[in-house]
Design a protein around this ligand. Structure first.
Ligand code: NAD
Ligand code: TYD
Length: 352
């Protein structure tokens, strides 16, 4: 048996594939376009694993997708592939429309054709799991209840609008063509292999390099943080046990203001790698211009996933953020390779 994982060289995709092979040996075909965010080095621990195959390619490439489906006959597909950085979507939305909307559409069409031609058990058991975000629901006020699966979509950024559109396509392909789909909407992830343009790895690495820790606006925006391995566990559970055609919210019940997240990682760094001049890392915190359309608060109600499938996150924010800081401290080679080229161009454009 084989599953096809798209976006497998990115942050969550690579954590998922690595985690998968810690649990079982069912084959995975990993597909990734290797954009600036995709890094084959993330999958390097699987170099000699015969049950893992990597294919470089685009979810919008009809011929390639069809040939992968026909050759490997996957029993399921997990779609992580996306343009994922909100700030990049503000500077240039086009890639977000191309991959997140047109790419998802193309993948859906190729998969529909493949699934239509399957017979018997493979057809009956086939599943398409689409990985999405809580950002499709828009912004909460401080007293609003957390997002449930029945919240209306109200995306604010080109990123979240393109993900919302992809979720609608997934739903429509189920309602119209009967394609067996499941969608997950997860809160902000953090952990190993997180590309250092995102808040947590950016601040860990800037802190260590003696650079500013940029906080947008007043820093009081709230995100609901989930350690990436807990997200991977949820996806495996959803893949095997969730009801077809359903949506599941995934979140860690860890609501934190951005400024508190950055203070927390500064104090772990103070303990693990104190600065030579005796000052605290938090002195590097700097308030900068806010992000346009910046959502104030995200929070997830994961009751459906918890009660139907018995999922519970294993990490608290405190344990997860410590593991994350430790991972970055012990993976300096990965960091220096990732921080070259396109990453540097982005940092110059966004912060200077
Ligand atoms: P990421 O940007 O780190 O990885 C995305 C991967 O997709 C990269 O490896 C990239 O090369 C690949 N990719 C991009 N365009 C492609 C295309 N056209 N064809 C094939 N591959 C392509 O993103 P991530 O943080 O790992 O997010 C993965 C998924 O999870 C995304 O769909 C994202 O919307 C969703 N999500 C992310 C978070 C989060 O906090 N990071 C939270 C909830 C949901
Ligand atoms: P980010 O990691 O980009 O994830 P998302 O926008 O998908 O939630 O940002 C997390 C939060 O941190 C978000 O509220 C924006 C904020 N932020 C900063 O304050 N400074 C930064 O330099 C970055 C990248 C993000």
């Amino acid at each position: 048996m084989t599953i096809l994982v798209t976006g497998a060289a990115g942050f969550i995709g690579s954590n998922f594939v690595l985690d998968w092979f810690e649990q079982n040996d069912e084959h995975i075909v990993s597909l990734d376009k290797l954009t600036y965010a995709g890094n084959l080095e993330n999958l390097q621990p699987l170099e000699n694993n015969e049950n893992h195959i990597f294919v470089r390619g685009d979810i919008a490439d009809e011929k390639l997708i069809t040939s992968i489906l026909n050759e490997y006959q996957p029993r399921a597909i997990i779609n992580f592939a996306a343009e994922s950085h909100v700030d990049r979507s503000i500077h240039g939305p086009k890639d977000f429309i191309t991959t997140n909307i047109v790419g998802t559409y193309t993948l859906l069409e190729m998969v529909r054709n493949y699934w239509y031609n399957l017979d018997g058990q493979p057809k009956k058991k086939f599943k398409f799991l689409h990985v999405s975000t809580d950002e499709v629901y828009g912004s909460l006020d401080s007293n609003d209840p957390p997002f449930s699966e029945t919240n209306a979509y109200a995306p604010s950024s080109p990123y979240s609008a393109s993900k919302a559109a992809s979720d609608h396509l997934i739903r429509a392909w189920h309602e119209t063509y009967g394609l067996p789909v499941i969608t997950t909407n997860c809160s902000n992830n953090y952990g190993p292999y997180h590309f250092p343009e995102k808040l947590i790895p950016l601040c860990i690495l800037n802190a260590l390099n003696g650079e500013l820790l940029p906080i947008y606006g007043d820093g009081l925006q709230v995100r609901d943080w989930l350690y990436v391995k807990d997200h991977c566990t949820a996806i495996r559970l959803v893949l095997e046990e969730a009801r077809i055609g359903e949506t599941y919210n995934i979140g860690g019940r860890n609501e934190k203001a951005n400024i508190d997240v950055v203070r927390a990682l500064c104090s772990i760094l103070d303990e693990l790698q104190p600065k030579k001049d005796g000052s605290k890392y938090a002195t590097q915190i700097t308030y900068v211009k806010d992000r346009p359309g910046h959502d104030k608060r995200y929070a997830i109600d994961a009751t459906k996933l918890e009660s139907e499938l018995g999922w519970m996150p294993q990490e608290t924010f405190e344990s997860g953020i410590r593991k994350t800081v430790e991972w970055y401290l012990s993976h300096q080679d990965w960091v220096s390779r990732v921080q070259s080229g396109e990453y540097q161009r982005w940092i110059d454009k966004q912060y200077q």
